[in-house]
Write a protein that binds this ligand. Structure first.
Ligand SMILES: *Cc1c(COP(=O)(O)O)cnc(C)c1O
Length: 375
C-alpha cells in the first residue's frame, strides 16, 4: 500500500451552505428544471421513498407503472401509505405506451399520483416520458419519475415533460457518487405535500423539513452537517459533464447502445432483450442468453476471458436468461463496448456456442459507434 496515491479526503475546509446550494444548481441545470431541488443525503432510494411518502395520502389512488424491479418497489411503498394502487406492467422487452397510461387514467379518474421509471438499468428498457407526461398532466395527477439511470445517458427534460417529482443519482451515467441524490419538486407537488397530513415531518424521509429549514430560508443554513465528500464528488461529476458537453456525454451513451446491439447481432448466439432500439436504455444493454444456456454461465465465461468488462447476469428471476452490459459512465466508451463484445464472444466459444469471428463483430460495432458519434 502506498498511502500517498490516495486522494486527500480528510481535514478539508467545511462545505458551506453557499457551496451546497451551488452544487444543487448545477444538478438542476443538468435536469433541465427551474423548480426547487433538494439534495438528500442518501442513495437515490431515499428521495424516491420520500416522494411517495410525502405526496401520497391514505385512501387516494395511485397509478404505478412497472417496467422493471424499481417499479415493483414503488408499489410496496404506495400500498404502505394506504393508497389504492392501479398497476400497469409492460414486458421487460419493451417500453410502456402512453396509450396504456391514458387508458388506465380514463378507467380510474380518481388517480392522483403516477410513479414511473424513465430508464431501467436492470432490465435495459426506457420509457417515452415526454408523451406519458402529457397524458398525466391532462389528467391532473402528479408525476414522479425515477431518472437515476437516464440522467446524462439520454435527454431528460424535467420541466418540459411536466415531471413533478424527478429523482436522479450520480452513480450511473454521471460517473459520480451514490451517496447523495437530488429530487426536483414542482410547485404543484409542494402544495399536495403540504396538504398531506401523513407526509413525513421531523424525519430523514421528509421533503417538508428540507423545504422549511433549507429552501424557505433562502438556502442560508444547512439543516445538518453536509455529506461533504459526496457533494464535492457530485460537483466534480457535474463539472466534468459540463466541460465535455451534456450532449456529447449523452451521445457516448447512445453510441454504446447502438454499437452493442449491432455487435451482438453480428455475433450471433445472443439477442438484444429489448426488441426495438428506441425502447432500449442507453445506460445498459440487456441480452437474451442462447436457448438452453444459462446467462450466469455466459457471464462467468466472458469474465474469465476478460475480468475488466462491465458484464453481469440479470437479477432475481431473470438471472438464467438475461445478461447485462453496463455501458454507463466511463464505460460508455468505444473501447469498453468492443472489449465487452470480445469477452462475450470468447465466453460463448468456451461454452460451445457458435459465434462469428471477432474481426467481423468488432468491425460492425466499431463502425456503428463511429457513425453515431460523428452524426
Ligand atoms: C440504478 C438505479 C437506481 C439506484 O439503484 P442502485 O442499485 O443503488 O444503483 C434507482 N433506480 C433505477 C431505475 C436505477 O437503474
Amino acid at each position: 500500500m502506498t498511502a500517498n496515491t490516495a486522494p486527500d479526503l480528510l481535514d478539508l475546509a467545511p462545505l458551506g451552505a453557499d457551496h451546497f446550494a451551488r452544487v444543487e444548481d448545477k444538478i438542476a441545470a443538468l435536469m433541465r428544471t427551474r423548480e426547487t431541488v433538494v439534495t438528500m443525503q442518501g442513495e437515490a432510494l431515499l428521495p424516491l421513498e420520500a416522494c411517495i411518502r410525502s405526496a401520497v395520502r391514505p385512501g387516494s389512488t395511485a397509478l404505478n407503472v412497472i417496467t422493471g424491479p424499481y417499479g415493483e418497489t414503488f408499489g410496496g411503498w404506495l400500498r404502505s401509505c394506504g393508497a389504492d394502487v392501479v398497476t400497469v406492467s409492460a414486458p421487460f422487452s419493451g417500453a410502456v405506451s402512453p396509450e396504456r397510461i391514458a387508458e388506465a387514467l380514463r378507467a380510474h379518474p380518481e388517480i392522483e399520483f403516477v410513479s414511473l421509471v424513465h430508464a431501467e438499468a436492470a432490465t435495459g428498457n426506457t420509457n417515452p416520458v415526454a408523451e406519458i407526461g402529457r397524458v398525466v398532466r391532462e389528467h391532473g395527477a402528479l408525476l414522479m419519475l425515477d431518472a437515476v439511470a437516464s440522467v446524462a445517458a439520454e435527454p431528460l427534460l424535467t420541466d418540459e415533460w411536466g415531471v413533478d417529482l424527478c429523482v436522479i443519482g450520480g452513480q450511473k451515467a454521471m460517473a459520480g457518487p451514490a451517496g447523495v441524490s437530488t429530487v426536483s419538486v414542482s410547485a404543484r407537488a409542494w402544495e399536495r405535500i403540504a396538504a398531506n397530513e401523513q407526509a413525513p415531518r421531523r424525519s430523514y424521509l421528509s421533503l417538508l423539513d428540507w423545504k422549511e429549514r433549507w429552501i424557505d430560508g433562502g438556502r442560508a443554513v444547512l439543516p445538518h452537517a453536509p455529506a461533504q465528500l459526496e457533494m464535492l464528488a457530485l460537483e466534480q461529476a457535474a463539472d466534468r459533464i459540463a466541460a465535455d458537453g451534456l450532449d456529447a456525454v449523452i451521445g457516448r451513451h447512445l453510441a454504446a447502445r447502438g454499437a452493442t446491439r449491432t455487435g451482438v447481432r453480428a455475433l450471433g448466439g445472443l439477442t438484444p432483450y429489448v426488441v426495438r432500439r428506441e425502447h432500449a436504455a442507453p445506460a445498459a444493454t440487456t441480452l437474451r442468453a442462447p436457448e438452453g444456456v444459462d446467462a450466469r454461465e455466459v457471464v462467468a465465461a466472458a469474465l474469465a476471458a476478460d475480468p475488466s468488462v462491465p458484464l453481469q447476469a440479470g437479477g432475481g428471476a431473470l438471472a438464467k436468461e438475461m445478461i447485462r452490459v453496463n455501458h454507463y459512465g466511463t464505460a460508455a466508451s468505444r473501447a469498453t463496448v468492443l472489449d465487452s463484445l470480445a469477452a462475450l464472444a470468447a465466453g460463448l466459444r468456451t461454452l460451445g456456442v457458435a459465434v462469428a469471428d471477432d474481426d467481423e463483430v468488432l468491425a460492425a460495432a466499431g463502425a456503428e459507434w463511429d457513425g453515431l458519434v460523428r452524426s
